[in-house]
Design a protein around this ligand. Structure first.
Ligand SMILES: [Zn+2]
Length: 385
């Protein structure tokens, strides 16, 4: 298996102890002959002592023994409990009391630009599914957990005087709390190490080191929204995504007047015809693309979630009709939890860099690895700063 990142990028990723690199490479330490996960909490070894491997097998073939602390041979992404305890690293989850339903606080490493996060999500909010005010993000939830369907709503806000986000969910989601918290962690980019990322991005991140990369609460939903967003403005994509959700989504009740729809499941979309979707004002080619993505999600060909092998998933995405490099990279950035994703042909990215040549854009971005998804956020933001 080829390495996704060059050795220097791996070293920077390792210093950030970012769980998103977990399973995506392993590091062998020459001085101890032990190999670790990318985010092992042990002391960071010196650069010259590190060798990087794409797989456990490759590290073992090179003569390294598995670290007893981070246990690189165990699966990267285990049970929801393991997710809550292990993948979050040193960050902690606490319960707190709320009259509305189960409530938790997720610690993050400051700084965190919560205002920019809310602005990004508000500009793209899908009607019926999401609602954002100047304090909180709310959305409906529909998910399958342990073979059962669960639906409800959640709210995320900044905890007062603490480096933590508060998550409150409907009582109907209590059983799925670990899964919900993991999804919120990804959506809100809770586990990032902003100090290391800003150091890696240098001048680009200097004025706003707390800027995060919004992820996905649901990979399929982001995939559909990426396709609907091809070559149109953010506002136009939002309008058509809202129409899509209201046409095919499931109606639910919530205490919030504007939250009444669960985003349509891939099983439902896979059975539609091009006409069903095109009727909403979506180009036939994009309708076809959405149906193909839904089919590939249902049969498991494509896995739009964390822990996916980025190279493989990108290849599979590009093989679907109507999914080019921009869409694939955008999906990797938001749904595959890949901090180095980079839609280098993006109009906003090119404009922010004053570039017209996509090849040169890639070259300019090389020093920002493995944090190019963050670079994208800074570049987009610079356009309306
Ligand atoms: Zn280790």
């Amino acid at each position: 298996m080829a390495m996704l990142l060059d050795d220097d990028s791996c070293y920077r990723a390792m210093r950030a102890r970012d769980r998103r690199f977990d399973g995506r490479f392993f590091v062998g330490v020459a001085s101890t002959r032990i190999y670790c996960r990318a985010a092992c909490a042990a002391r960071t070894p010196r650069r010259e002592n590190c060798q990087f491997y794409a797989t456990v097998a490759a590290a073992e073939a090179a003569g390294y023994r598995a670290c007893l602390r981070c246990r690189p041979k165990l699966p990267s992404f285990g049970s929801p409990d393991a997710l809550a305890n292990g993948r979050r690293g040193k960050l902690s989850v606490r319960r707190f009391k709320s009259s509305q339903g189960p409530a938790f606080e997720l610690d993050y490493r400051p700084p965190y630009d919560w205002k920019s996060m809310l602005e990004f999500l508000a500009a793209r909010a899908v009607g019926g599914i999401e609602e954002i005010d100047n304090r909180a993000y709310r959305r409906t939830v529909g998910l399958r957990c342990d073979g059962r369907e669960h639906s409800g709503w959640l709210e995320v806000s900044q905890a007062e005087k603490k480096s933590a986000l508060r998550v409150v969910m409907s009582p109907s989601l209590a059983e799925t709390a670990p899964e919900i918290l993991d999804r919120v962690t990804r959506l809100m980019d809770v586990s990032a190490n902003p100090v290391e990322i800003a150091a890696g991005l240098g001048r680009l991140a200097k004025s706003n080191p707390g800027l995060r990369v919004p992820g996905a609460f649901d990979g399929f939903e982001i995939g559909v929204r990426a396709i609907l967003g091809q070559q149109v403005t953010v506002a136009a994509a939002r309008t058509v995504a809202s129409r899509f959700a209201s046409a095919f989504g499931m109606q639910i009740r919530s205490p919030f007047a504007s939250l009444n729809t669960v985003f349509p499941a891939p099983e439902k979309i896979a059975q539609l015809t091009v006409d069903h979707i095109a009727r909403l004002g979506v180009l036939a080619a994009r309708s076809r693309s959405i149906i193909a993505l839904a089919g590939a999600t249902v049969d498991g060909t494509v896995q739009l979630g964390p822990g996916a092998d980025v190279t493989t998933e990108l290849k599979k995405l590009r093989a679907l009709p109507g999914i080019g490099e921009w869409t694939a990279q955008y999906i990797a950035m938001r749904a595959l939890d890949w901090p180095d994703a980079f839609p280098h042909t993006d109009f906003g990215v090119m404009k922010a860099l004053g570039e017209t040549n996509p090849g040169r854009v890639l070259k300019t971005a090389e020093p920002w690895r493995p944090w190019r998804a963050y670079a994208v956020m800074h570049l987009w933001r610079s356009l309306h700063a």
